[in-house]
Design a protein around this ligand. Structure first.
Ligand code: PLP
Length: 450
């Protein structure tokens, strides 16, 4: 009736104002693109929504569809767009470099790759200062694992259940979620119990979970291992922050077994956690190899492995490089990204806005029984939906309904976790307090509509 409709309009959350009009779009319609995609693109590529959105333009933390409709981007191109869409400094760096030199080969000298390697090394602790550029996170992890095997002379690698490290042979082996694994040869990886404070056996006791790695070394290997690889906060796995105290204890066991410690910072790096620049710093450890991608280029295809001079030596035994890794356009973008993060204090913003958003999401949990858990750090947050808090039954259907409703209201969030019932909130790091309010109000409204 009119009265309740009016009331509904009152509480219907409104997107914060944004003084910007995207250029008019004259390209093909969503239906035309969908038809082409169905015919010409791999059917393995799925869409986040039953009726996919056609995104044609981006500015800061917002995306626009073909009708000029604005969406708050709370997924950030899967934790990738850290500086905001089309940041002018990043665009300028890309355009300048493209006009100067798009590509030669790393077999010649060029300053772009060296400048960025130096800047990147300055962000890492200890002796982590030798950089190898790749094109993706998968490639970075493949290389890190191979380096550890070459360096130690061992083959066994330990990773975590629920981890995602990539989709090539080696990294698919390290990935540990059946929905991301094909039945092809993925040798030499053992998966340890996940130190998951919400679903794990030992709650938040990181040191207790770490004993499982000791067990794996003792019973699953020769007693010597090549490496341990993990994210500090699992992204694809549903924003699972490893129980505190876990990494120091595991790093200790791995090093005693002669192995190297690899930190996969593909999602949790580049200031996303707010409190720290790298995810591993949240547990006070220093890895031997750090891998990165996503945020490193704000969406430009780029990845990197950073390690110590001693470990890097192993690659000199053969010829080893790739055609595009360290491409000057990508590294020029990377350098601009680092400067923007620093100049615009995006790490502080991720910390302040992320803490506020988490607080508001926790309040929402008090209100809605369906929210089983709120977790994560900075602007890497997860909201797990369950139909029964006691049994932690994944609310797989309900999450789709809430997502769709939020999309209709203008908020795009990601989804993940093994059961697909966790909202992944990983927006550009320029996300504001008003954006946080809008996101929570939209989620509140959408959940109320279930
Ligand atoms: N590692 C982590 C933690 C990831 O989240 C991903 C991708 O989502 C990868 C590695 C693989 O990176 P890419 O998709 O760039 O190959």
């Amino acid at each position: 009736d009119a009265c309740s409709a009016a009331k509904e309009v009152d509480i219907f959350p409104q997107m914060p104002p944004f003084d910007y009009t995207p250029p008019p779009y004259a390209g093909p319609t969503a239906a035309e693109i969908l038809a082409k995609r169905k015919e010409f693109l791999s059917p393995s590529m799925f869409y986040l929504y039953k009726k996919p959105v056609n995104i044609v333009h981006g500015k800061k933390q917002y995306l626009f569809d073909e009708n000029g409709r604005r969406y708050l981007d709370a997924f950030g191109g899967i934790a990738t767009v850290c500086c905001g869409h089309c940041h002018p400094d990043v665009v300028k760096a890309i355009v300048n470099q493209t006009e100067t030199l798009q590509h030669s080969t790393i077999l010649y000298l060029n300053h772009a790759i060296a400048d960025f390697a130096e800047a990147l090394a300055s962000k890492l602790p200890g002796d982590l200062k030798v950089v190898f550029f790749t094109n993706s996170g998968t490639e970075a992890n493949e290389l890190a694992m191979m380096m550890a095997r070459l360096y130690t002379g061992c083959h066994d690698i330990i990773s975590l259940r629920n981890a995602y490290h990539g989709n090539a042979a080696g990294t698919m082996g390290a990935t540990a979620q059946s929905n991301w694994k094909f039945n092809v040869v993925q040798s030499g990886v053992h998966h340890a119990m996940n130190p998951d404070p919400y679903r794990g056996l030992f709650g938040s006791d990181g040191e207790e979970y770490a004993k499982d790695v000791q067990d794996l070394i003792q019973f699953g290997t020769s007693g010597h291992v090549a490496a341990f690889i993990s994210e500090a906060i699992q992204g694809v796995g549903g924003i699972v922050e490893l129980a505190s105290g876990y990494l120091p204890a595991v790093y200790n066991s791995i090093r005693k077994a002669g192995g190297l410690c690899i930190a996969d910072e593909v999602q949790s790096g580049f200031a996303r956690t707010g409190s720290h620049f790298w995810g591993f710093e949240t547990q006070g450890v220093v890895p031997d190899i750090v891998t990165m991608a996503k945020g490193i280029g704000n969406g430009i295809p780029l990845g990197a492995v950073v390690t110590t001079p001693k470990i890097a030596e192993v690659l000199t035994r053969r010829s080893y490089f790739n055609t595009f890794g360290g491409n000057p356009v990508c590294t020029a973008a990377g350098l601009a990204v680092l400067r923007v993060i620093e100049r615009e204090n995006l790490q502080d913003n991720a910390h302040v806005v992320g803490s506020y958003l988490k607080e508001r999401l926790n309040d929402l949990k008090e209100k809605h029984e369906i929210i089983g858990d709120v977790r994560g750090r900075g602007l890497m947050l997860g909201v797990e939906l369950v139909t029964d808090r006691q049994l932690k039954t994944p609310a797989k259907v309900e999450i789709l309904q809430v997502m769709d409703q939020m999309k209709d209201m203008g908020v795009l969030v990601g989804k993940g976790g093994f059961y697909g019932n966790v909202f992944r909130i990983t927006p550009p790091l320029c996300f504001s307090r008003e954006d946080a309010d809008f996101l929570v109000d939209a989620m509140d409204y959408a959940i109320s509509k279930l």
